[in-house]
Ligand binder design. Structure first.
Ligand SMILES: *Cc1c(COP(=O)(O)O)cnc(C)c1O
Ligand code: SF4
Length: 441
């Protein structure tokens, strides 16, 4: 079936054909919460993914539509009052901005990963780990729909001073010429697959030239398979996209689509199955990742089902993340202990082909920290942790220990175990300068 993308936002969501399934309260919640957190969905999500008979608990509805609990009570009440009073649009905007700034809009010190080229700050690049450069093309800083938990939400809210983006492909190429240690470039966003094929080509084609032979892998981080699989099927440049993927493979590079799936439902439609198959036919790999989210996927069975379905479709499970400390995190967060329980219960139910997945992992300032488990050693209950990725690569894969804390939901709440004052890597970390994204020694 051909589909033409139709987006719904705060301005037109009342025209969604199934909207009469919503109660008055739900509509009011969308209008209030949607003022603060970005809201966008589309006709694929509404027609093929959401179960409109079960909205109270439908995970895909929760994934796209603002719900009351996503906003702090006092923030919710403040906006509700302003709307009831028919307050001036300017006054509402100011309040909204004030609330947004209180929601930790840029978590984990990401600005520390932004490198320089001489004096020029490369606002659209993050280079945290030596071998991988993240690039945020400015035309790719939106998505086919918005996730209510998104940690890049300021990008969609007009908070431009917090936005990572750049247009100048030339600066990217200059940077990569100087950094031969980089083997992987990861296009990210937003969603780079929102770009048309011609725009994507201007970034990718030059990378296939011999001068960039140190770039072995091109990765594209995208939610398009879950939110708009027609990108690869019936959009007017979908054949050009497929040809571009083939060109990357023919150049001898690896192409990895880092696909973002949060729930097995997103793998169930004909459209997504066809899109996966079409991408795989180019020789590209599809690796999958998702954060663990209360109200959406906080059951081991959902993860084991998701990983199995992915392997059935030829995808490779890659990461399970812990939701970041930003935006509406309080609505989605789970204690670290619970995250690990969900991971291991799911992991033990699946074959080795699914066990390529790693997690649960937190993207902290210092690196990607995995919870290996909970143990008791000589009477002290502890978390066993390790770096999957570290700002200093010497830290990677060394087990380390934190005091067990049943309530902790993020790494910064943990303290070293066994009476230690610091974690093993913290001495070296204090030496890091902001302009130097990582240590090479
Ligand atoms: C996760 C991540 C990467 C890629 O890490 P891989 O383990 O190679 O997939 C690169 N840069 C940043 C900032 C990351 O968070
Ligand atoms: S697809 Fe990714 S960047 Fe876009 S809204 Fe969802 S989490 Fe955010």
């Amino acid at each position: 079936m051909d589909r033409v993308l139709k987006s719904y936002t705060l301005h037109n969501f009342l025209s969604i054909p199934q909207i009469s399934s919503l109660s008055e309260e739900m509509i009011r919640d969308i209008e209030i919460v949607g003022r603060v957190l970005p809201f966008k969905t589309n006709n694929y999500v509404t027609d093929e993914l959401i179960d409109w008979t079960n909205l109270e608990t439908d995970p895909i509805f929760t994934l796209n539509f603002p719900r009351r609990g996503m906003l702090d009570k006092k923030h919710y009440n403040a906006i509700e009052r302003l709307l009831q009073e028919n307050a001036d649009e300017e006054i509402i905007k100011q309040k909204v901005q004030q609330i947004r700034l209180s929601l930790n809009p840029n978590p984990a010190g990401q600005e520390h990963n932004v490198p320089y080229l001489g004096e020029i700050k490369l606002k659209g690049i993050q280079h945290k780990y030596p071998e991988t450069v993240l690039f945020f093309p400015s035309q790719g800083q939106t998505c086919h729909a918005y996730c209510t938990f998104c940690f890049r939400w300021p990008q969609f809210s007009g908070m431009n001073e917090l936005k990572f983006a750049m247009k100048e492909a030339d600066l990217l190429f200059k940077y990569l010429r100087l950094h031969k240690e980089v083997t992987d470039i990861l296009f990210t966003g937003g969603d780079p697959m929102i770009m048309n094929a011609a725009a994507l080509e201007t970034y990718i084609k030059p990378l296939l030239e011999p001068e960039f032979k140190h770039i072995h892998s091109i990765r594209i981080g995208t939610k398009s398979l879950a939110y708009w699989p027609y990108r690869y099927l019936t959009d007017k440049d979908s054949d050009d996209i497929i040809r571009l993927f083939e060109l990357i493979i023919r150049s001898g590079r690896n192409l990895s689509i880092q696909a973002h799936f949060n729930h097995p439902k997103e793998l169930s439609t004909d459209a997504v199955k066809k899109a996966i198959s079409r991408i795989r036919s180019t020789g590209a790999q599809i690796r999958t990742q998702s954060p663990l989210l209360r109200h959406i996927n906080d059951k081991p069975e959902l993860w084991s089902e998701m990983w199995r379905k992915q392997v059935d479709l030829g995808c490779i499970p890659y990461y399970m993340f812990i939701a970041r400390d930003t935006g509406s995190k309080h609505y989605f967060e789970l204690p670290l202990d619970r995250c690990w329980q969900i991971f291991r219960r799911a992991y033990r139910q699946v074959s080795g082909l699914c066990r390529t997945v790693r997690g649960p992992s937190m993207s902290d300032h210092a690196g990607k920290i995995q919870i290996l488990g909970v143990q008791e050693i000589r009477g002290e209950k502890i978390f066993v942790l390790r770096f999957i990725q570290g700002r200093n690569h010497k830290w990677v894969d060394i087990p380390f220990f934190a005091q067990y804390d049943p309530k902790a939901t993020w790494f910064n709440q943990l303290k070293p175990a066994f009476g230690e004052e610091r974690f093993f890597y913290e001495e070296q970390r204090s030496k890091l300068e902001i302009t130097k994204p990582f240590l090479f020694e």
